[in-house]
Write a protein that binds this ligand. Structure first.
Ligand code: 5GP
Length: 189
């Protein structure tokens, strides 16, 4: 199978990486397909199984770990497991497309270390922790407890930014979208 490229977007929750990834998926010149992760959490809002995530039980998730089905996996939050199935990357490469990931920093760096030449690892930096808090509250999809858990993790995640190939500052969304598009375009060409 011909390998495509791997484009990783990682960032603390609420940094806007999902918005950037969705935007890039709409750009036909980039030939991207979204890597649908397996997740053991409940679906929220408008999320669809098989589109946003493969929602599976914790038991099923652990079975996949045991079978070594994952390229990478993380217990991103306590009892919430997320992972990239090897079969997902193979599915997308078989379509002749490049894979784009929206995953946490540890997972992103693991993919980079497994495929150093094929991967562009991008870190999306929010303006500040305070701004992150405001964005997560505005999204209002999680309880205060869960928001606090995500904020606590964000500080640790911000410290990993220098390990990525590129850091995009998401202070002005329009600017960040254009920068992301150009970066990916240059990398795949
Ligand atoms: P959320 O619950 O907000 O959808 O995702 C929580 C975090 O898990 C986000 O940072 C998201 O990018 C990350 N995530 C989603 N899928 C994966 C995955 O397959 N592997 C890893 N390591 N993290 C993931």
């Amino acid at each position: 199978m011909k390998k495509g490229k791997l484009i990783v977007f990682s960032a603390p929750s609420g940094s806007g990486k999902t918005t950037i990834v969705r935007h890039l998926l709409g750009q036909s010149d980039l030939n991207l397909e979204f890597s649908i992760s397996a997740a053991s959490r409940e679906s929220r809002g408008e999320e669809t199984n098989g589109k946003d995530y493969y929602f599976i039980s914790t038991e099923e998730f652990k079975k996949h770990i045991k079978n070594e089905d994952f390229l990478e996996w993380e217990e991103v939050y306590r009892d919430n497991f997320y992972g990239t199935l090897k079969s997902e990357v193979e599915r997308i490469w078989a379509l002749g497309k490049n894979v784009i990931f929206d995953i946490d920093v540890a997972g992103g760096l693991r993919i980079k270390s497994k495929f150093p030449n094929e991967t562009l690892a991008v870190f999306v930096k929010p303006p500040s922790i305070d701004e992150l808090k405001i964005r997560l509250k505005k999204r209002s999809t999680e309880s205060d407890d869960k928001i606090n858990m995500r904020i606590a993790k964000a500080s640790v995640e911000l410290a990993t930014a220098p390990q990525f190939d590129v850091v995009i500052k998401n202070y002005d969304l329009q600017v960040a979208l254009e920068e992301a598009h150009q970066l990916v375009k240059d990398f795949i060409s």
